[in-house]
Design a protein around this ligand. Structure first.
Ligand code: COA
Length: 152
């Protein structure tokens, strides 16, 4: 694999199909995308990863979306994007970085904890309430949002 380059892009340049891997609701995605700080990961000029940071409260950012193209998953790119997001949030003088995922997203929960995030709350029925289509992963219905946090 070639060298991975992570670079900042504007909301107009955001790779929508990749972002929709992490957030199946285009409506939800569009509600935060224009306010977000977007970084893409490129390998040999091909976009293979993306993440979106949003300042949600004073000194607090949330990773609203993170995705790696299906063929490139499981090769450590997600971890590199998370490490990049942690450094970026620190550089913006944030004190806290948060990320949320569904109760059914078993590998994401593993990855985020391996990167240093800790579970701090559960938004019960978040997905049941806010998403029209039922989401199933790993044979589990995705109903609740598990929220994780990191002190920077
Ligand atoms: N138990 C323990 N660890 C697990 C695991 C499990 N069941 N499943 C995955 N992991 C770990 C791997 O071991 C690896 O950690 P390691 O490097 O310490 O071995 C890590 O999780 C995977 O890391 P990586 O290869 O960097 O992830 P990735 O490049 O596949 O990116 C996602 C991760 C989630 C961004 C990517 O899979 C993706 O785009 N998924 C679809 C979109 C999505 O769900 N986004 C998140 C929405 S909340």
């Amino acid at each position: 694999m070639g060298e991975l380059v992570i670079e900042h892009v504007s909301p107009n340049e955001a790779p929508l199909s990749l972002l929709l891997l992490a957030d199946p609701s285009e409506r939800q995605l569009k509600s935060y995308l224009h306010r977000g700080i977007i970084y893409i990961a490129k390998c040999l000029e091909r976009v293979i990863g993306v993440y979106v940071l949003l300042e949600t409260r004073p000194n607090t950012m949330e990773i609203m979306n993170i995705a790696v193209s299906e063929k490139e998953q499981g090769k450590g790119i997600g971890k590199q994007l998370l490490q990049h997001a942690i450094i970026t949030a620190k550089e913006q003088n944030m004190h806290t970085l948060e990320i949320g995922t569904g109760n059914s997203s078993v590998s994401q929960l593993a990855l985020y904890q391996k990167c240093g995030f800790r579970i701090f709350s559960i938004d019960f029925d978040y997905f049941s309430k806010h998403y029209e289509e039922e989401i199933m992963e790993n044979g589990i219905v995705c109903r609740d949002m598990i929220r994780l946090t990191m002190d920077l």
